[in-house]
Design a protein around this ligand. Structure first.
Ligand SMILES: [Fe+2]
Length: 341
């Protein structure tokens, strides 16, 4: 056995003989092997026990290999699992469909064993990197929650922002990668507060001008922290610019109008909404309708984008202000999901 605990491979083929050949080979290489005899049971197997790699025969009755691949790649929780489609050499139409479905690699049927072994090892290596990235992101998101935990009165703020932000972003027809950035931005927008002393961050009374200037630095500190990770490239505009105002009186760069990145405009609306509708030691929570009115007043003053405020108001009204009676669950890499409580 070459590799101990090298990972788990799901072998899918409707020919039991083929399954057996691949199962033996992969076991000999040190991988744990799960098997499935059709597309439906392959999807169930992935849902039950996500493997590190899927070796997938294309031609199966029922849900074929390409469709299984398409479904795995469409689901945020399984899209990072590498999929190798095994198809006959001449089936170029299958390859085109496979590429379209997001397959990571192809192997001719019957596979040349040396080639199969090399591809499997290289994809498993890739999967390990992806897993590491995944846990890096979990650490980053936890950091956002840790910052929030310093201020007891904001409990649940990040999760609510993720829920409001992605709901509003969806309404504004943002692309999936932008929604992911909004989700991460909800957790990380105030990450720079790590550099603000408790005496200022948690001060119950009014801040002095010097303290206020220091507090404003959380946007710049956060941006610098995020600049270390390419993964957070799309999140940086949110972190740096979520306190900018269309009339240029915001901070840190006093951007005006369209120069303010769209994701920052969205987050700034939901950030203020959540602050207004959450009780603090120095103020009670406003009712949702009052908070929306407050946002409209801010838009009239040039502090918020009217179009975004109105879209958020429409979203809240459509939902009968149910935004406040829901919580959300957030995966490390996935989207917020609505869940009634
Ligand atoms: Fe902030």
């Amino acid at each position: 056995m070459r590799y101990a605990n090298a990972g788990t491979i799901l072998v899918v083929d409707d020919e039991p003989q083929n399954v057996e050949v691949l199962r033996r080979l992969m076991t000999r290489l040190g991988y744990a092997v799960q098997t499935a005899g059709d597309g439906e049971s392959a999807l169930q197997s992935v849902a039950r026990n996500p493997p590190d790699l899927v070796l997938l025969d294309v031609n199966m009755s029922g849900i074929d290999g390409v469709e299984v691949c398409r479904r795995l790649k469409a689901d945020p929780s399984t899209r990072l699992i590498p999929v190798v489609l095994i198809t006959t050499l001449k089936a170029s139409a299958d390859r085109v469909r496979g590429i379209d479905a997001g397959a990571d690699d192809f192997l001719a049927k019957p596979p040349v064993m040396a080639e199969l072994e090399a591809r499997v090892h290289s994809l498993m290596r890739l999967k390990r990197y992806t897993d590491e990235l995944d846990s890096a992101e979990s650490v980053i998101l936890s950091l956002g929650l840790t910052i929030e935990a310093r201020d007891h009165y904001t409990n649940g703020h990040c999760q609510r922002l993720a829920a409001y932000g992605t709901a509003l972003g969806t309404r504004l027809n943002l692309a999936d990668d932008q929604l992911v950035a909004l989700n991460r931005g909800a957790f990380l927008h105030d990450v720079g507060k790590i550099g603000i002393p408790d005496a200022v961050l948690l001060k119950p009374g009014r801040l002095t001008p010097a303290e206020y200037a220091l507090m404003q630095q959380h946007t710049v500190i956060g941006d610098t922290l995020c600049s270390e990770l390419r993964l957070l490239e799309d999140v940086r505009p949110i972190v740096r610019h979520h306190h900018e105002r269309p009339d240029g009186t915001g901070y840190p760069d006093h951007l005006t109008g369209e120069d303010i990145p769209q994701l920052a405009r969205i987050l700034s609306v939901v950030d203020v909404y959540d602050a207004l509708t959450t009780a603090r030691p120095y103020k009670p929570a406003l009712a949702p309708e009052r908070a929306i009115q407050e946002l409209r007043d801010e838009a009239a003053k040039g502090w918020k984008f009217e179009v975004i405020v109105e879209e958020f108001a429409a979203l809240a009204a459509q939902d009968n202000f149910g935004l406040l009676t829901r919580a959300c669950t957030v995966g490390a890499t996935g989207f917020s999901r609505w869940r009634s409580i």
